[in-house]
Write a protein that binds this ligand. Structure first.
Ligand SMILES: [Zn+2]
Length: 387
């Protein structure tokens, strides 16, 4: 490497490292950051000055927890800078804003039914995002999108979504960037959930984990050795379209009997719809059971039987330290998640299972979209230490 570019590259790496430490540790003093980064104090100081200058980081008062070492702490900008997260779901879109700490404020969220045409979709998202960007003295750094279905990340194009066709063949992040004049990025929704778990999951670094998302479709996101596994062009993780019921129900992808036709919130809502004789969405299905209006033990068990196949496959194939499962049907009654875990135990390879902690996902799709926006900010700062 040329000695001319090295100092600049090192500076960018330090800037990024300091940001990551603030993200994983929360507000920290200069001394904390120097110690945690293992980088020399003058180099860290320069990076902090650059971050304060750019508005990505702000100074605050030390909290009571750090008594004994009074003084200012540094934290990710909450007030002066924001990122925008956009979730496109089969039925609803949500546009929200958060400071760089990832906390979404309730008054900075807008939602609307997912429009039927692409043009209207982009119009409505643009309008909602523009309203959030109008907040006085707040700089908007980037926008992240969470989109269902297959996304070709190399071409920045939504290829095909079995359950939502409005984005098929389009490049919403490119179009929004043109409209709004800020950097925009889109991720497949399960991949965005992975970024959320990794970015906002706390100080313990998560380097090998899997997120299984079972809302409308069934998607898999894999972080291995700290990196998102996207495949050749971003299409990896479509476990939902593996056949488990030959000649089963027609799937949105055109195949029959795919896992996602039997192991998702939608599959469960469909079973409840048949029971009550009218269309019921997952939220209502969950309420009906929670309020003891109906019982659905057999339906829950059947969905969990298939879900266990998906969970065991994720454990056997990827050997994750943690498997996060993101689904609403677990709220229907106590013990449903535990039942899915127990059924998984019967299907997964014992050594792989013994190595894996299974838990419900901690973050929602909006936080995933915010994490995607944050990732874009981090990527613009250059490579990570160790890259
Ligand atoms: Zn399918």
């Amino acid at each position: 490497m040329s000695s001319v570019i090295q100092p600049q590259l090192l500076r960018r790496m330090t800037v990024r490292r300091v940001l990551e430490l603030l993200q994983s540790n929360g507000p920290s003093t200069r001394a904390d950051l120097t110690r945690l980064s293992g980088i020399s104090a003058p180099t860290v100081s320069k990076a902090i000055a650059a971050l304060l200058d750019s508005g990505l980081v702000e100074e605050g008062e030390a909290s009571a927890a750090s008594l004994g070492r009074p003084g200012t702490v540094l934290r990710l900008a909450r007030d002066a800078a924001q990122v925008i997260g956009v979730v496109v779901d089969a039925r609803e879109c949500r546009v929200s804003a958060s400071g760089l700490d990832g906390q979404i404020r309730g008054d900075l969220v807008e939602s609307f039914p997912t429009p039927r045409t692409y043009q209207t979709l982009i119009d409505q998202i643009s309008r909602a995002a523009a309203r959030l960007m109008e907040r006085p003295s707040v700089k908007t750094l980037s926008l992240g999108m969470s989109i269902p279905g297959l996304i070709n990340r190399r071409e920045e194009r939504a290829v095909f979504s079995p359950n939502l066709h409005v984005t098929d063949g389009h490049s919403p992040a490119v179009d929004l960037s043109r409209r709004l004049g800020i950097d925009c990025v889109m991720y497949q929704e399960t991949h965005a959930l992975c970024l959320g778990e990794r970015m906002f999951g706390g100080p313990e670094p998560l380097d090998d984990f899997v997120v299984l998302e079972i809302s409308t479709g069934l998607g898999l996101g894999v972080i291995t050795e700290g990196r998102l596994m996207e495949g050749h062009s971003g299409l990896a993780g479509e476990l939902g379209h593996v056949t488990v019921v030959p000649d089963g129900r027609l799937c949105g992808c055109g195949n029959h009997g795919c896992l996602e036709t039997v192991a998702t919130d939608s599959a469960f809502a469909r079973a409840i719809s048949e029971q009550v004789g009218r269309p019921v969405e997952i939220d209502e299905a969950v309420s009906l059971i929670r309020d003891n209006v109906l019982r659905a033990d057999d339906e829950l068990r059947r969905v969990c039987e298939y879900l266990a196949i998906a969970m065991a496959a994720a454990i056997n194939v990827f050997n994750p330290a943690t498997l996060f499962v993101h689904g609403r049907l677990f709220d229907a009654q106590d013990g449903v998640f535990e039942m899915a875990c127990e059924l998984t135990r019967r299907r997964a390879l014992a050594p792989s299972l013994a190595d894996c902690r299974i838990q419900r996902a901690r973050f929602n799709k909006s936080q995933g979209a915010i994490a995607a926006a944050m990732q874009l900010v981090l990527d613009s700062l250059g490579p990570m230490v160790g890259d």
